[in-house]
Write a protein that binds this ligand. Structure first.
Ligand code: NAD
Length: 425
C-alpha cells in the first residue's frame, strides 16, 4: 500500500477513535464502495493504438451521489486514486453538502499527446465508466491536468450514450455548456475565505499586522487564482512556483503581470518570465522561505519528515490534496506551526461544483456574485464548525476536521442501516 493511502487510512483511524467508532464501521469507512479498473485503447495520430490504465474509485455514497475529479498524470495509480476518493468523502461531508466521495485517473502524460489524442483519451474514459456515473450516481469534475474543455468532451460523450444532453453528469464545464459562474475560481476562493477566517482568530501578532507574506507552490487553477485573490486582497505574495521552479521577491511579486505573461506564453515556466531576473528559487527553497503563510497548491507529499524541520511559516494552508504527510505534519506541529487541512482549505471547489450541479438540475442559472456568496457561507460555516470542535476537544485542525466529517458519514450509515463492511445499498 502506498504511503499516501496509508496516511489517509491513518487519518481515518485516528479520527474514528476520537469519534468513537467500532471496528466494523471503521472497516466500512476505509473500504471503497466500488473500484473500476480499465485499460483505455486509444488511436494515436500516427495510426498506432496505445493502452492507458485508468480508474474510477467510488469511495462512499452514504450522504449523496459520489463526487470527485479526474486527473491525467503519468504517475497515476490505484492507491493514489483510492486515497483521493476517500479524501473527497471527508471533504464533502465536512462541507455539509449532499455528496459522497470518488476520484478518477488516467495514467497518461497529456503533454506528450496532441489535443486530438487527449480528446480521444477523454472520450474513451467516459465510455469505460458511463454506466457507473450520472447526475444521480457519480458526478466527475476536473483535477490535475484536466480542464473545462476536457469536461466538455466528456459531457458530450456521456450525453451521446444517453441520447440527450445531460449537463448534470459533470461539473467544471464551460459556461456555454451550462457550467457555473464562479466554478473556475471556487477552490481558490474557498482557500481565500478559509485564510480570512483563520486570520480573524489568529493570536500571532505578525498575522494580525495586515502585511501578511505568502508563498504558494503551484500556480495552476488553484494556486494561480489564489495568488491573484490574495494579491488583490492586500496580502504580500512573495513567492510562486510551478513544476520547473519558482520566483521569490521579499518585497512582493507582481502577481497579475507574471500570471498574465505565463498565460500568453502558453503556460511557459515562471522562470522564463521577464520579471524573473535574480529571483529564481527551487521548489524546495520555496517551502523553506521565511513567510507567514505557506500554501502548497501543487501535488501530494511535498512536506514530509525530511523537510518539515526547515519550514518557517506560521501557518500552512493545504490547497493541494494531501501535500503534507502524517510524519511531516507531526514535525510541523512539534515546531508550533499550524496546518489547515486540505478537506477544509480546498473544500470551496467541490462546493462550487455542488452549486453547478444544483443549477444543472434546475436548468436555472445564477450570477457569479450569488455563487461566490453561497460558497462563502458554506466554507465559513465549515471553518467555524471545525474551530469549535478543535477548541472544545483540544484537537489539531486536521483532527477536528476529520472528526466532524467522519461523524456525519457514520451517522448517515447508521440511519441507513449500513453497518457492515461492503454492505450493499
Ligand atoms: P493544475 O494542473 O492546474 O496546476 C498544478 C500546478 O502545480 C501547476 O502550476 C504545476 O506547474 C505545478 N506543479 C506540478 N508539479 C509540481 C512540482 N513537483 N512542484 C511544484 N509545482 C508543481 O492543478 P490544480 O487544479 O491547480 O490542482 C492543484 C492541487 O489542488 C491538486 O492537488 C488537486 O488535487 C488540488 N485540488 C484541485 C481542485 C480544483 O478545483 N482544480 C480542487 C480541490 C483540490
Amino acid at each position: 500500500m502506498s504511503s499516501f493511502l496509508q496516511n489517509t487510512n491513518t487519518l481515518i483511524d485516528h479520527a474514528a477513535a476520537l469519534v468513537g467508532v467500532d471496528a466494523a464501521m471503521l472497516a466500512a469507512l476505509k473500504k471503497p464502495a466500488r473500484v473500476i479498473e480499465v485499460g483505455l485503447s486509444v488511436a494515436m495520430d500516427d495510426g498506432t493504438k496505445k493502452t492507458f490504465p485508468a480508474w474510477r474509485v467510488q469511495h462512499s455514497d452514504a450522504v449523496g451521489p459520489f463526487k470527485g475529479g479526474i486527473r491525467f498524470h503519468p504517475d497515476a495509480n490505484l492507491d493514489e486514486v483510492s486515497a483521493l476518493a476517500s479524501l473527497m468523502t471527508w471533504k464533502c461531508s465536512l462541507m455539509g453538502i449532499p455528496f459522497g466521495g470518488a476520484k478518477g485517473a488516467v495514467r497518461v502524460n497529456p503533454r506528450e499527446l496532441s489535443r486530438g489524442e487527449v480528446e480521444r483519451v477523454s472520450r474513451a474514459y467516459v465510455r469505460a465508466i458511463a454506466d457507473a456515473i450520472g447526475p444521480e450516481k457519480d458526478i466527475p469534475a476536473p483535477d490535475v491536468n484536466t480542464d473545462s474543455q476536457i469536461m466538455a468532451w466528456m459531457v458530450d460523450e456521456y450525453s451521446h450514450a444517453r441520447g440527450y444532453f445531460v449537463p448534470g453528469a459533470f461539473t467544471g464545464k464551460p459556461i456555454e455548456l451550462e457550467g457555473s459562474q464562479g466554478r473556475e475560481v471556487a477552490t481558490a476562493f474557498g482557500g481565500f475565505v478559509t485564510l480570512r477566517e483563520y486570520l480573524k482568530q489568529a493570536s500571532d501578532l505578525s498575522l494580525a499586522s495586515g502585511d501578511v507574506t505568502v508563498a504558494i507552490q503551484g500556480v495552476g487553477n488553484v494556486g494561480g487564482h489564489l495568488a491573484e485573490m490574495l494579491h488583490q486582497g492586500g496580502f504580500k505574495v512573495v513567492a510562486l512556483s510551478d513544476s520547473k521552479g519558482g520566483l521569490y521577491n521579499p518585497d512582493g511579486l507582481n502577481v497579475a503581470t507574471l500570471l498574465e505573461e505565463k498565460k500568453t506564453k502558453s503556460n511557459a515556466p515562471l522562470s522564463d518570465m521577464r520579471e524573473a531576473a535574480d529571483k529564481k528559487i527551487t521548489n524546495k527553497e520555496l517551502l523553506e522561505l521565511d513567510v507567514e503563510v505557506l500554501v502548497p497548491a501543487a501535488l501530494e507529499a511535498q512536506i514530509t519528515e525530511k523537510n518539515a524541520d526547515a519550514v518557517r511559516a506560521i501557518v500552512v494552508v493545504e490547497m493541494a490534496n494531501g501535500p503534507i504527510t502524517a510524519a511531516g505534519e507531526e514535525a510541523l506541529i512539534q515546531k508550533g506551526i499550524e496546518v489547515i487541512p486540505d478537506i477544509l482549505a480546498n473544500g470551496g471547489g467541490v462546493v462550487g461544483s455542488y452549486f453547478e450541479w444544483v443549477q444543472n438540475l434546475q436548468r436555472f442559472y445564477w450570477e457569479e456574485a450569488e455563487v461566490l456568496e453561497k460558497i462563502d457561507k458554506v466554507v465559513t460555516a465549515a471553518f467555524h464548525g471545525v474551530m469549535r470542535m478543535k477548541k472544545e476537544h483540544d484537537m489539531t485542525w486536521r483532527e477536528a476536521a476529520y472528526a466532524k466529517a467522519i461523524a456525519r458519514v457514520v451517522r448517515a450509515m447508521e440511519l441507513r442501516g449500513r453497518r457492515e463492511e461492503g454492505a450493499p445499498l
